[in-house]
Design a protein around this ligand. Structure first.
Ligand code: COA
Length: 364
């Protein structure tokens, strides 16, 4: 995982809009969130998380066949953030694309990665959830600006003969609720213009109450469904990692499932809602704190803009031993080499276009 170092407390937000630390804590469970600094972006956070994941998995970027970045705040509309990460990692043998499914993006990407591996089309896939929501939040709207934060998390999925890994997934969408959570400006419907900027159309628009109602309905349903599909019962599940949007939504899901809150992983108080990044960040922390052990069954469950929702049941397989200091140094050299190669390609492309002039008919 990768988080910006800047912490923004509720008290700071209370200086910008009419709210209070007590209200935010009580209604959302959030105490503070991380905010991207001037040098941070969705791609740089994604890269940091990706490097950590590759190191933990002890996988070389050259072994990657596919890189998926789930994000609602891509670096650009295009090229894809995933392509930037591919270049910076020097993942020469990988395809790369971004996936847009709101806060459910990571679960969608994980499902896609698992199916791609099962089909035999790929062996090793890097899945990243990365967001800089602070850049699209309306800092004058107290209904939304209190909720969101920035960060990234990543996992490496690899084909294996060992039973386990991603067992079942569920992906759903109800586009009729699209306007409940949207960033309307900047796309082909409302291209950027002074009017779209003046009307705040490049910021998050949300109907909080309706999203809340939708979320409490689908979280428990989706969890039940993937657990049953895996031939398991809720008692078999060691930990549920829910999308971190609002503590009351997580509590409602736990109540509906009849599960104790101890089985729901919660870190919303420190990071707020980091959209596609919330589940991989929580997963990372859950592993580091020993909440997930080898052979545990866990559930990831999320909802978000679209509307979308989804869940996955996973049997956690033992994590391989981390890279040795020597291997870590080899990784560092590889990244340095990748940067050099990328710079050389840019230079060569410019030189070639100067020397050759416009593309000839045969080249076209
Ligand atoms: N501080 C103080 N008061 C606030 C406030 C804030 N930050 N935001 C809203 N209020 C006020 C409202 O104006 C309203 O006042 P009124 O009764 O005088 O009209 C009152 O609090 C209750 O508003 P309501 O919208 O019903 O609050 P809520 O309990 O539903 O909490 C959210 C608002 C946004 C925290 C909650 O609806 C939510 O979390 N929704 C889901 C959003 C989400 O998860 N989005 C991301 C999906 S991936």
């Amino acid at each position: 995982m990768a988080l910006p170092s800047r912490v923004m407390t509720n008290d700071e937000i209370a200086q910008m809009v009419d709210t209070s630390d007590a209200w935010i804590r009580e209604r959302t469970g959030i105490r503070e969130r991380r905010i991207a600094g001037a040098k941070d972006s969705t791609a740089t956070l994604a890269l940091r998380a990706a490097k950590c994941a590759l190191e933990v998995a002890n996988v070389s970027p050259a072994d990657l066949n596919l890189i998926i970045v789930a994000t609602a705040t891509p670096e650009y509309l295009f090229p894809a953030t995933a392509c930037l990460v591919q270049d910076w990692l020097g993942a020469e043998n990988a395809g790369a694309f971004d996936l847009s499914a709101g806060c459910t993006g990571f679960v969608y990407a994980l499902s896609l990665a698992a199916q791609t591996i099962i089909s035999g089309a790929a062996d090793t896939v890097l899945v990243i959830g990365s967001e800089t929501l602070s850049r699209i939040v309306d800092w004058q709207d107290r209904g939304t600006c209190i909720l969101f934060g920035d960060g990234a998390g990543a996992v490496v999925l690899r084909a294996s003969n060992m039973p386990g890994g991603v067992l079942t997934t569920l992906l759903r969408s109800d586009g009729s609720g699209g306007e409940l959570l949207a960033l309307p400006g900047g796309g082909s419907r409302y291209p950027p213009s002074p009017t779209t900027v003046l009307n705040g159309m490049h910021k998050i628009h949300m109907n909080g109450r309706e999203v809340f109602r939708f979320a409490t309905r689908v979280m428990a349903q989706a969890t039940r469904s993937v657990v049953e599909d895996a031939g398991l019962t809720l008692e078999d599940i060691a930990l549920v990692i829910p999308h971190q949007a609002n503590i009351r939504i997580i509590e409602a899901a736990a109540r509906s499932l009849g599960m104790p809150m101890e089985k729901m992983y919660v870190n919303i108080e420190r990071y707020g809602n980091t959209s596609s990044a919330s589940i991989p960040i929580a997963l990372c922390e859950a592993i580091e704190s020993g909440r997930i052990k080898a052979d545990d069954y866990i559930v990831l469950v999320a909802f978000g803009a679209g509307l979308t929702w989804g869940a996955a049941t996973i049997k956690w397989v033992p994590t391989p031993p981390p890279a040795s200091p020597l291997e870590q140094r080899a990784h560092a050299v590889r990244y340095w080499w990748a940067a050099l190669r990328s710079a050389w390609r840019r230079f060569w492309r410019r030189l070639e276009s100067r020397l050759k002039g416009p593309a000839t008919a045969s080249e076209k």
